[in-house]
Design a protein around this ligand. Structure first.
Ligand code: GLU
Length: 301
């Protein structure tokens, strides 16, 4: 059964990963959620997605709050830090494991790249995992475990889809997308294009996928507002929501702000941070104007 949380008070969130400074794209995401929450009479939360211990820095976390306050955004306390909830993600993964849907994968990046089909890439352009450890004999797994080799836990996507479909009575897996004009449409998911996704990473007992799903439910998020770059990721998130019996939020993926070369803004390509725009003397008002010039109108609900 697909459950949409429409009768409860709307809850929206901005969920940055503090792996770098926020840029205009983040400002648009945060403002979209904040404005929509205000319009719907809902609550607005900030969630710090800080599970990537190698890349997270305290100054980036502090920067999130400084930037949001500067933009005139207010959020509820307390803020949820994902690094404090690793046990919950592990627990959710254990549930999937008990359903026979996860398997350990000891393969290195190198081995995966060598075995992958170059023609099979996921929506983010990464090679699809070639299933190296799916269905491997118990003895192989025991041997690697005995050696103390690190492993990731992957979702057996085909099996997961079969179980998820059964759980929703054979209906297709879908989500509801609200466009910038407030129109709703049902999107039919194609999670298979992601292959056997990682649910628990080798280096962290979590992943973006499992933590976003667990936390959107934990926080009662009714409307997920985020950039179009995460549109396709919703497919895999819906599979986990169904398997873990979690409610389906509504989604609004806003258009991306692009640089003069037409590339989406990103930390890695050196997009100007909000902090640097502020230091250069731009006012928050000017940043807001720049965003509203770039962005299409906000959805009405
Ligand atoms: N933490 C993710 C990011 O910064 C966004 C998560 C989401 O909105 O679902 O890209």
């Amino acid at each position: 059964m697909i459950r949409l949380q429409e009768t409860v008070q709307p809850v929206l969130r901005f969920a940055p990963s503090p792996n770098g400074a926020l840029h205009l794209g983040h400002a648009l995401s945060a403002l979209t959620g904040f404005e929509l929450a205000r319009r719907l009479g809902g609550r607005f939360l900030v969630r710090i997605e800080d599970i990537d211990r190698a890349r997270v820095k305290p100054e980036y976390v502090a920067g999130v709050f400084e930037d949001l306050a500067w933009l005139g955004i207010a959020w509820e306390q307390p803020v949820l830090f994902q690094s404090e909830h690793l046990a919950g993600y592990r627990q959710a993964a254990a549930r999937l494991s008990a359903m026979g849907l996860l398997y350990p994968c000891f393969a290195s990046r190198k081995e995966i790249i060598a075995a992958a089909d170059p023609a099979r890439v996921d929506p983010e352009g990464a090679l699809v995992y070639p299933g190296l450890w799916r269905g491997r004999p118990e003895a192989d797994i025991e041997r690697e475990l005995a050696k103390g080799e690190p492993y990731a836990m992957r979702l057996d996507m085909e099996r997961a889809l079969a179980v998820a479909r059964k759980m929703i009575g054979g209906a297709p897996i879908t989500f509801t997308e609200i466009d910038a004009a407030g129109r709703r449409r049902i999107v039919v998911c194609d999670p298979q294009r992601w292959g056997d996704v990682v649910v628990l990473r080798k280096e962290t007992p979590s992943s973006y996928l499992i933590s976003v799903v667990v936390d959107d439910a934990r926080q009662g998020v009714t409307h997920v507002t985020r950039g179009m770059d995460l549109f396709a990721a919703t497919d895999a998130q819906r599979v986990l929501q169904i398997l873990l019996d979690l409610p389906a939020p509504l989604y609004h993926h806003h258009r991306l702000i692009v640089d003069p070369m037409g590339q989406k803004l990103s930390k890695s390509t050196g997009a100007q941070s909000l902090a640097s725009l502020r230091a250069a003397g731009l006012s928050a008002q000017e940043v807001l104007q720049r965003i509203s010039r770039e962005a299409v109108s906000l959805p009405s609900g």
